[in-house]
Write a protein that binds this ligand. Structure first.
Ligand code: CUA
Length: 155
């Protein structure tokens, strides 16, 4: 097969650039221990129901205008299904799954996480105004995936 000289040069350039970029990415990821930002805490997925604070999921007030919300995403529902938090507070969500991969997306916010068994995903958000937000699972998790939703009530 004949390949034009200019084409060969261009292909070589493309392959060298690809290898170089992948090398830079791999070196940075390994040397700096880069992992997805939401995946810092681990948990045994078989023991979620017995592991505090996920044995009693819900909202905790941890300081002045500081709240923590522990949520278990288990097919096909979120526990608890209704989360009430005050407007203007710093709310940190901690979410884990005992079964399969789920999504944790709160409408009209930038909270959008993947929930992977074995890990605790977390995100902090300040709800500025009172109202209701839909909490959705946006990772296909099974036949009843579309029933997997909850409500965030901002008071
Ligand atoms: Cu959980 Cu889709």
């Amino acid at each position: 097969m004949h390949i034009n000289r200019v084409e060969r040069i261009w292909m070589t350039f493309g392959i060298v650039a690809l290898v170089l970029f992948l090398g830079v990415l791999a070196t940075a990821a390994i040397s700096e221990g880069i992992i997805p930002p939401s995946h810092i805490q681990t948990i045994d997925p078989a023991k979620v129901a017995q592991t505090p604070p996920f044995d009693n999921p819900g909202v905790r007030k941890v300081g002045d205008k500081e709240y923590e919300v522990y949520v278990v995403a288990r097919y096909p529902a979120f526990r608890p299904p209704l989360i009430s938090v005050p407007a203007g507070a710093n709310v940190t969500f901690f979410v884990t799954s005992p079964d399969v991969v789920h999504g944790f997306f709160i409408t009209n916010t930038d909270v959008n996480m993947m929930v992977v068994p074995g890990w605790v995903s977390s995100a902090t958000h300040v709800f500025r105004t009172p109202g209701e937000h839909l909490l959705l699972c946006n990772e296909y998790c099974g036949r009843e995936h579309h029933y997997m939703y909850g409500t965030i009530e901002v008071q």
